[in-house]
Design a protein around this ligand. Structure first.
Ligand SMILES: NC(=O)c1ccc[n+]([C@@H]2O[C@H](COP(=O)([O-])OP(=O)(O)OC[C@H]3O[C@@H](n4cnc5c(N)ncnc54)[C@H](OP(=O)(O)O)[C@@H]3O)[C@@H](O)[C@H]2O)c1
Length: 480
């Protein structure tokens, strides 16, 4: 069964009620009423409903803008982010760069309220004029360069230690030979790099729970990618793996800290976020330290971020009331409307205390603290007797002097249990956490979003943006 969408044959989509239309300005888009019971039917080409819609939208847009009339169009998309959706979804695509007969496109899908639920990048080739085109012909510059130079490795080194805010000149980008795996080792091509707040601490040379990155060394970081050569009995070429190769395109491992992952059900990048270190961090701090009871109030700071977004959704799943604190109205809207928190306070609105009192009428039983400083100090003033605080992060002071806390007396007066933790020290809890997280993601009860920077050369700027709150959800860098 195939249907003609502006001259493009897309199997089965008509059976699922997908329509191809033109908007008032003559631009093509596709729309569909996404019904949960049909979700499996959509797992056709690229792993999910939005991917398929975006395929169509991108292909249509390319067809219209390229005036390409004959031959088949094939689409090869790499997803940036995707959230489960239901109800009416519309998808549009446009050509970013065009080669002779290969187009680099982007697509977006929105739900009925206009919220962005998916964003994709991909290439599209037109078979009649072009059967052997390579994606690198038309990719944007940063990725293009990296793919072209994939006979060599690209690395981001720590060039100097920042004082205060990180600057791009604290990093040095170099090309080096691709390392050769020895006996018992594997060579991995990284597809995504994770950017995380803890990396700021590794740029300092002060006493901490982990060693500093040496000047001239590759910046540390979690990665996901594919084994390209293996001399290790446990891995073979083609295996998708998560590892800790740092800010570089290739890495060699003897298998230590290398995990095979299944990228057929969730996108590979999810293993850096909701199904990786940040997801487990949220689970551990909430379940093992805060341990909320049904009906209790859980407050989480940096609520729209990689860790915070999971904390609030897990709290809801376990019957608690979830209140987020985030920077800006858009992030707060997302936290309530998309993630299902009961309330969210925009700390930038300038009336934090009044908003906090309104959102926590029964005080706070569990605080999951990601930010520290003035916000944390104020939250201490709303804590209940025998409440719990999981001190996960203090991002507001990673680039500045510590904030002098005024309300620390609340810990004594309210007999608060307050505990800091480092998720990598609780490895026995990871399988338990990942089991619950993957179940809830599959059931659509935990949603997530990503901010994607493109190309390793974009990593320093994206990292600086993360420290300034410019990310919206998990910050990753797409490397391939
Ligand atoms: N203990 C552990 O093992 C562990 C593991 C992972 C992460 N962490 C910590 O968990 C926290 C969240 O990490 P993440 O990966 O989920 O990052 P994230 O929340 O995805 O991104 C960082 C967010 O922090 C907020 N922020 C930055 N500067 C701020 C400031 N001055 N005041 C208030 N908010 C600020 C921003 O959100 P807004 O725009 O909403 O302000 C920004 O988007 C960090 O503190 C991190 O160090 C700890």
């Amino acid at each position: 069964m195939a249907t003609d969408y502006f001259g493009i044959h897309v199997p089965f989509l008509d059976m699922l009620g997908v329509t191809a239309e033109l908007d008032a300005e003559g631009r093509p888009f596709v729309s569909v009423d996404v019904r949960p019971e049909l979700m499996n039917s959509f797992h056709v080409t690229h792993g999910g409903v939005i991917m398929t819609l975006l395929d169509v939208a991108m292909a249509m847009s390319a067809r219209v803008s390229s005036r390409h009339k004959g031959g088949a169009i094939t689409v090869d998309m790499s997803m940036s982010f995707l959230r489960p959706a239901s109800g009416r979804v519309t998808a549009r695509g446009r050509v970013l760069h065009s080669g002779r007969s290969l187009y680099f496109c982007e697509g977006e899908a929105q739900d009925a309220s206009g919220q962005l639920i998916a964003k994709s990048l991909g290439t599209l080739s037109c078979a009649k004029r072009c059967t052997t085109a390579r994606a690198t012909d038309v990719l944007p510059n940063s990725i293009h360069q990296e793919n072209k130079m994939s006979e060599t490795n690209l690395q981001v080194l720590l060039a100097s230690r920042p004082t205060g805010w990180v600057e791009e000149n604290n990093f040095n980008i170099v090309t080096t030979p691709i390392p050769e795996p020895k006996a018992g080792e594997v060579l991995v091509r990284n597809h995504y790099l994770s950017l995380d707040p803890y990396m700021r601490g590794r740029m300092n040379d002060t006493k901490s729970y982990a060693a500093a990155v040496a000047i001239g060394a590759v910046m540390v970081g979690g990665t996901v990618g594919e084994v390209v050569k293996s001399n290790h009995p446990g891995f073979q070429a083609g295996d998708k793996v998560s590892g800790y190769f740092g800010w570089q395109l290739y890495g060699v491992s003897d298998g230590t800290m290398l995990q095979k992952v299944d990228a057929t059900k969730v996108p590979l990048s999810a293993y850096l976020g909701v199904l990786g270190m940040p997801g487990v961090t949220a689970w551990y701090g909430l379940m093992d330290i805060c341990a909320p009871k049904p009906g209790e109030t859980v407050v989480v700071t940096a609520a729209s971020g990689a860790v915070g977004s999971v904390v609030g959704q897990l709290a809801k799943i376990h019957g608690a009331r979830a209140v987020g604190i985030a920077g800006g109205a858009e992030k707060c809207r997302y936290v309530v409307d998309e993630l299902g928190f009961d309330a969210c306070i925009d700390y930038k609105a300038g009336k934090l205390w009044a908003d906090l009192k309104a959102a926590t009428p029964k005080g706070i039983d569990c605080l999951f603290e990601n930010v520290g400083g003035e916000i944390f100090d104020m939250l201490l003033g709303r804590m209940n007797a025998f409440s719990r605080i999981a001190v996960c992060g203090l991002i507001s002071q990673y680039n500045s002097e510590p904030y002098p806390m005024k309300n620390i007396g609340s810990v004594l007066i309210n007999r608060i249990k307050m505990q800091g933790f480092i998720v990598s020290e609780h490895l026995p809890r990871w399988p338990v956490a990942l089991k619950e997280l993957s179940t809830e993601i599959a059931a659509g009860r935990i949603k997530y979003r990503e901010t994607v920077a493109h190309g390793l050369r974009a990593a320093p700027a994206a990292f600086i943006g993360l420290l300034k709150g410019q990310n919206f959800g998990k910050q990753v860098v797409k490397l391939i």
